[in-house]
Ligand binder design. Structure first.
Ligand SMILES: Nc1nc2c(c(=O)[nH]1)N[C@H]1C(S)=C(S)[C@@H](COP(=O)(O)OP(=O)(O)OC[C@H]3O[C@@H](n4cnc5c(=O)[nH]c(N)nc54)[C@H](O)[C@@H]3O)O[C@H]1N2
Ligand SMILES: Nc1nc2c(c(=O)[nH]1)N[C@H]1C(S)=C(S)[C@@H](COP(=O)(O)OP(=O)(O)OC[C@H]3O[C@@H](n4cnc5c(=O)[nH]c(N)nc54)[C@H](O)[C@@H]3O)O[C@H]1N2
Ligand SMILES: [Mo]
Length: 765
């Protein structure tokens, strides 16, 4: 029999792609219908009802979808969920199971030729699995043996820095805290996480400018705001519950500006799926002004806006800027103004891809607003100048005094449901000395002080064999990271790769010499330990820490919680060193919360307060107008306009999410709002560009990137005409990740520039 080669990327499947017109209204009945179809495929009716009624309720579990907050007071009796939350739950609560027989039947090579959709739909992982060196199949092993194998591998490394411990953002506070404790006691700060690829640019920019790497607003601020600017974010798909908040804000009088290369459906018009009135009417039109920037045109746009505001302020002093705030709370104003004086709005408008008249409209709206909220996500962060993008947005808020007061502030909309909490718990390759001092004081060991690898550095370390063991607490490292071929080689050069996972994914198939899968409980499941049923806690995008308690019967009796996995692994690795009582933490999660309370500021009376309905807010200086930078002031900054001299045959590509995926988990093959059905291997192009390149809708093309002299290729994408600025194109992640160069990332934050990939398009056979 011909030996199958391992396939490291999603295989090419384009036969059935269908196109229809993009939708003009988000949610409504089609959303209800789509979520029902998804969940009924995976669960029976009774279980459906039980999970859906408890999602995001005060005593229920936190939706494993996004990190958008739940209302502090009223919550819908029907459950605070949305179409894509339902899909996330269906994916985890599915009745399908992967057993040892499955792995006997299918080799890793064979499975690697399946689509991501098919891999994910195989069901829940139910038992620990081991792929021995040289084998093509996983086989079941006991937990004990699995922990021994890992301990042996880790303990024989020459240096703890030869191990890498990745985290995806679903891990609870309790699991994350113990995990980083284990890793640091083992002796390394190699704790890269999904945040490195996500909001790291926000963290860096906000820490430098306003002294805290998190957003400053609460949900209720939306309802008293004058103006909300949504930049580089597609909430209709990725944070659908945000649309209800925007609708409420709008009804209370707020205006909304949207800045995006695409007219994303959710931002145009929305029907609340739980409001009968909405379902019968035309829905609420949300955006007042849509600014269709070019990819990476944001600094040019915001600089132009600032310049226009300055002109208005000069014409009518004290009418636009908040001079009291500027004087009392900020530094760097004069430098900013000096830079703006030199700016030429026509040039800036051109660089942004917008007409000056549109920018003037934005400046009008901003000039007359006193309370402004800026929301953003990956459209700003995943660029070479990701950090500067966000600093430019902060400049706007500071000029208007629009931070540290009700109805105003920063709102980086987080991705994974506990990515913010994981960072608070110390999942960070660059821990602060004060945090390490506390660990040392409380746990009597010397934590490593040298910074560890972030995600990009971790890939390089594995590639150049400086790191040999890769351990992932969740996630799908191979498919989520840039430069898939490079990353695949990096992982394959490891002596062992280990994944703690709920579902099968491509990272289980492209592995180190030996590989382990440690299957864990998901959010929706009951977690029973020695002292009884446990709950965990998470932090949402607005800094609220609250509990999450699963209700469903676990997918298998053998599953362990992430916490139990960390504790048992630590026991195996540290053997006779019993200075930390890991089993006590595992038995009763209250004890972990006590340890967190003693280590991390803001968690006073953790066990008591987390039991309050709705949880509690963490302290946030920027929210109170107390900027905890070195100067104790908020900082203006001067950010150069990025220049892109694209040749005539070059395009700027952004890699984005379709409506039917959660990162690398593919729920389905439809991007309903964009009208792309039954397939994902598409490239969205402007009609004029298509004409100039002699391309028609439905043609197939190959994509190439030539970054720093290295050729990267992704074959066979179907051309889809779309409302996108000229010379800009869009593809889906992870199909196009092969084209994102490992050495193209944001200054300072190291976030892969996955929305800024220069490509060429050639004809495919
Ligand atoms: N259902 C679902 N929910 C999710 C996720 C999911 O995959 N599925 N993922 C979760 C995670 S981890 C995250 S981080 C978030 C991601 O949430 P988003 O950031 O909304 O996700 P993306 O699809 O990456 O979309 C980025 C948006 O930025 C725009 N954009 C791209 N480049 C630029 C630019 O240069 N300037 C501007 N102004 N806009 C630009 C794109 O057109 C797109 O609308 O969602 C979270 N929630
Ligand atoms: N080109 C491109 N690349 C990107 C992005 C982009 O926009 N463009 N976005 C980036 C962003 S914002 C992010 S956040 C990363 C995401 O990167 P990751 O977080 O690494 O990827 P996910 O696809 O979210 O991980 C899915 C896997 O997590 C496991 N899982 C799910 N729930 C649980 C759980 O409760 N516990 C455990 N242990 N495992 C679980 C399942 O096995 C599932 O297969 O990708 C990044 N990559
Ligand atoms: Mo993310």
């Amino acid at each position: 029999m011909k030996k199958l080669k391992l396939c490291i990327t999603p295989p090419i499947e384009t036969e059935n792609i269908k196109l229809s017109s993009p939708k003009t209204t988000a949610a409504g009945l089609p959303a209800v219908q789509s979520s029902a179809l998804h969940i009924l495929k995976e669960l029976n009716l009774k279980t459906c009802a039980s999970v859906l009624f408890s999602v995001n309720q005060m005593d229920g579990f936190d939706c494993p979808g996004c990190a958008w907050p739940d209302p502090d007071d009223e919550r819908s009796k029907l459950g605070e969920y949305c179409e894509n939350g339902v899909k996330a739950i269906a994916e985890e609560a599915t009745k399908k199971r992967i057993t040892a027989d499955f792995f006997k039947k299918y080799s890793v090579q064979e499975m690697s030729h399946w689509s991501d959709y098919k891999i994910g739909k195989s069901g829940r992982l139910t038992a620990p699995m081991w792929k021995r060196e040289g084998s093509n199949h996983y086989e079941e092993i006991s937990w004990e043996k699995a922990f021994d194998l890992i301990a042996e591998e880790l303990n024989q490394l020459d240096n703890p820095n030869e191990a890498i411990f990745y985290t995806s953002g679903r891990t609870s506070n309790e699991a994350a805290f113990l995990y980083q404790l284990f890793v640091r006691k083992f002796g390394t700060n190699n704790l890269p996480d999904c945040s490195n690829m996500c909001h790291e640019s926000s963290g860096v920019a906000l820490s430098e400018t306003v002294g805290i790497g998190k957003g400053s607003v609460k949900l209720e601020d939306f309802y008293v705001s004058d103006l909300i600017i949504v930049i580089g974010q597609n909430p209709g798909t990725n944070h659908p519950r945000m649309l209800s908040a925007l609708q409420k804000a709008k009804r209370a009088g707020a205006k909304i500006i949207t800045v995006n290369p695409l007219p994303e459906t959710g931002l145009i018009s929305f029907k609340h799926p739980q409001s009968v009135g909405d379902l019968l009417s035309g829905g609420t039109s949300l955006t007042d002004l849509f600014l269709q920037v070019k990819i990476n045109g944001d600094i040019a746009l915001f600089k132009a806006i600032l310049k226009l505001l300055l002109d208005k302020e000069k014409a009518n002093p004290n009418s636009v800027f908040d001079h009291d705030f500027i004087k009392e709370k900020t530094i760097g104003y004069d430098d900013l103004i000096a830079d703006l004086e030199k700016a030429n709005v026509d040039e800036l408008a051109f660089a942004s891809g917008l007409a000056l008249a549109e920018i003037q409209q934005a400046a009008e709206l901003i000039a007359s607003s006193k309370k402004i909220i800026t929301c953003w996500a990956m459209g700003l962060t995943q660029h070479k100048n990701g950090v500067q993008n966000i600093k430019e947005v902060v400049n706007l808020l500071l000029l208007k005094g629009s931070i540290g007061k009700p109805g105003a502030g920063t709102c980086p909309v987080r991705g994974h449901s506990n990515v913010q909490g994981d960072r608070t718990m110390g999942i960070w390759e660059k821990p602060k000395p004060a945090f390490l001092d506390k660990l040392q004081e409380n746990f009597s060991f010397e934590p490593p002080r040298e910074h560890g690898y972030n995600t990009v550095e971790a890939i390089e370390a594995m590639y150049y064999q400086k790191a040999k063991v890769f351990f992932a607490m969740g996630g799908n490292f191979l498919s989520a990271t840039p430069d898939t071929e490079f990353t695949a080689l990096a992982l394959q050069r490891c002596s062992m790769t280990i994944q703690v996972s709920t579902k099968l994914n491509r990272s289980h198939l492209v592995t180190g010499k030996s590989a382990l899968i440690l299957p864990c409980l998901g959010r929706t499941e009951r977690d029973m330990q020695g002292s009884g049923a446990q709950f965990v806690s998470v932090e949402n995008s607005m800094g609220v820490v609250h509990s999450s308690k699963g209700k469903l019967k676990p997918a298998s009796k053998i599953l362990m919680s992430e916490i139990a996995i960390v504790c048992c692994l630590a026991k195996a690795v540290f053997g006779k060193d019993t200075s930390i009582d890991w089993l006590d933490y595992m038995e009763n999660y209250d004890h972990i919360r006590n340890a967190i309370e003693n280590t991390i500021p803001g968690f006073e009376n953790y066990n008591e307060r987390v039991r309050n309905p709705g949880g509690f807010y963490l302290p946030n200086g920027a929210r109170d107008g107390d900027f905890k930078t070195a100067s104790k002031k908020a900082h203006f900054s001067v950010n150069p306009v990025p220049k892109h001299d694209l040749a005539e045959d070059e395009f700027m590509m952004m890699t984005i999410r379709s409506h039917d995926q959660f990162n690398t988990t593919i729920y389905g093959l439809d991007d309903r709002y964009r009208g792309i059905l039954n397939g994902r291997r598409v490239i969205l192009m402007n009609k004029n560009d298509m004409e100039n390149s002699n391309l028609k809708s439905g043609d197939f093309v190959n994509l190439e990137s030539h970054f720093n002299g290295v050729l990267r290729k992704a074959p066979h994408f179907m051309v889809v005409p779309f409302d996108i600025p000229e010379q800009c194109v869009a593809t889906y992640f992870p199909e196009a990740n092969v084209l994102v160069p490992i050495d193209s990332f944001a200054d300072k934050s190291h976030t892969p520039a996955s929305k800024l990939v220069v490509i060429k398009i050639t004809w495919a056979e």
